[in-house]
Design a protein around this ligand. Sequence first.
Ligand code: HEC
Length: 141
Amino acid sequence: MVKLAPAAVFAVFTALVSAAAHAGADPGAQITRPPGYKPMAGDVALGEKLFNDTKLSTNGMSCASCHANHGAFQASFAKPYPHTVAMARDQLGRKTVYLDEMVQGCMVMPMAAKPLPWDSKELAALTTYTATLQKTFKPAR
Ligand code: HEC
């Protein structure tokens, strides 16, 4: 797996947050479930493929660049959703997030991309696949 310098990751976040602040938008809005949203069951095999697909980002990263072998997941990942994820709270002002919202959060923050369409099979698949990773996740401490 590709090792990323924390400084590079931080630079991406900082650039995105200042861009959002400059636009005067609520940065949390784009990862918030739309009204009436009903999560769909997703295809795990498609989710695994997308998790490893660098084409989802604008910066050459895939989800797996950071999260292979449970990398970058903090203790919060072991808790049922919705829960607080520090990155979504600190960067996007979201107190708690659902899993699909956090997938969108990583799309817009570290992946530097647009959120996936809420009714897409891609979002459903990535969310369902990420839920399988959560099942085997044990926090380091
Ligand atoms: C550049 C590295 C990076 C990439 C790429 C990345 N993430 Fe993340 N992701 C993180 C970090 C760091 C956190 C932990 C944030 C925290 O706990 O504050 C995180 C948190 C998460 C969480 C929340 C875990 C929890 O505590 O509940 C999920 C789910 C997630 N990522 C999924 C994804 C998916 C799906 C993708 C691809 C679309 C992706 N990530 C791409 C760095 C990354």
